[in-house]
Design a protein around this ligand. Structure first.
Ligand code: ZN
Length: 183
């Protein structure tokens, strides 16, 4: 028969060590420090998460100085100040490759070459964005003409305008400045 050390004295002694470990003043301090450390860690983690999500969501509100550090002068003029590039000036206007075009400001995907067509206007033209959520459509009454402005849904970059004289299947013509797109 195996003689396990179950005598009352031994059990009490083991419990006594455990109780000493749990209830000494030093241990109480240690637990308080541990608790405060966990709280501090959670607070800092929460703040970091807030910081990163706000930096993603704030692209639309960045000052022009932010974009001047990252984009060419022509991209700033067209994409951030609602300018228009001269027709037939863009490198994408005669591009035939099967590619995805990304926003030159924020690198989100906006158009696919599968919806690109030759409109003869001198600007890259698409009959639809890569998905409906990729762009925002905004009423534009500048120059006394009603048009629908196309903007990047992620960073608010001005991309161009959309017209109702495009080919099927949508009948839309997204007329986009090439400096606002990058393959
Ligand atoms: Zn963008």
């Amino acid at each position: 028969m195996i003689n396990f050390p179950l005598r009352a004295g031994a059990s009490y002694k083991n419990y006594g060590v455990f109780a000493l470990f749990c209830h000494t003043r030093d241990n109480l301090k240690m637990r308080q420090i541990l608790f405060l450390s966990i709280c501090l860690f959670l607070v800092s983690f929460h703040l970091r998460a807030d910081e990163s999500s706000s930096s993603d969501n704030d692209l639309k509100n960045k000052p022009i100085s932010y974009w001047k550090e990252r984009l060419s002068p022509e991209q700033v003029r067209v994409c951030r100040e609602s300018g228009t590039e001269p027709p037939f000036s863009g490198k994408l206007s005669s591009d035939k490759e099967d590619v995805t075009y990304y926003c030159s400001s924020c690198r989100h995907p906006l158009f696919s070459s599968r919806s690109k067509f030759d409109s003869g206007t001198g600007w890259p033209s698409f009959f639809e964005p890569i998905n409906p959520e990729a762009v925002e459509l905004i009423d534009d009454n500048s120059y006394g003409i009603y048009r629908v402005e196309v903007c990047c849904a992620y960073c608010g970059a001005h991309l161009g305008h959309v017209f109702n004289d495009g080919p099927q299947p949508t009948g839309k013509r997204f007329c986009i400045n090439s400096v606002c797109l990058e393959p």
